[in-house]
Design a protein around this ligand. Structure first.
Ligand code: HEC
Length: 136
């Protein structure tokens, strides 16, 4: 066991040495441009779902309704929907029902012929509503 470990260790050291030499040999001038630094964006959650940590109408909800709801809940509504969900003012009076229909259950969208929100997006909508549906 110790012996095997020793060989792996030597191999790892050699690989590291040659790896470093190899990289610096190809680097030719050492430009930092090929290091892609991600922009520090406080609006983006650490959990990598790409959704804002503190959802607002402007950074999240408007886009959610546009993407998943407005193809029926437009102004005037079509496909038997009964109210529009296009503007912040449209959405506010419906928050309780929206939470029931699109967060607690997946009743809405009413069909599956268009894009459907992911579980993470539904949860984020719930967080937005629970936070008092801030506009910005
Ligand atoms: C394919 C068309 C369609 C889409 C897309 C759609 N809806 Fe609806 N929605 C309807 C129809 C039709 C009704 C009325 C009949 C019903 O309640 O099922 C309705 C009703 C509702 C109601 C009221 C339900 C009640 O019983 O009071 C809410 C709230 C709602 N929709 C929210 C949403 C939200 C949020 C989205 C987007 C995530 C959405 N809908 C997407 C067609 C749609």
């Amino acid at each position: 066991m110790t012996r095997r470990f020793g060989w792996y260790f030597i191999f790892a050291v050699l690989a590291a040495v040659f790896g470093i030499v190899g990289v610096s040999a190809c680097d030719g001038g050492g430009s930092d441009d090929d290091v892609d630094e991600l922009p520090a964006d406080d609006d983006v959650d650490d959990d990598d779902d790409g959704l804002p940590e503190n959802p607002t109408w402007e950074n999240f909800a408007e886009n959610f309704f546009q993407t998943y709801c407005v193809r029926c809940h437009q102004d005037p509504p079509i496909n038997d929907a009964e109210f529009p969900l296009e503007t912040y003012e449209d959405v506010l009076p419906q928050l309780t029902d929206i939470k029931l229909q699109a967060v607690v259950s997946d009743e809405m969208p009413a069909d599956d012929e268009g894009p459907l929100p992911s579980d993470a997006e539904r949860e984020k909508l719930g967080e937005w509503i629970d936070a008092g549906a801030p506009e910005n």
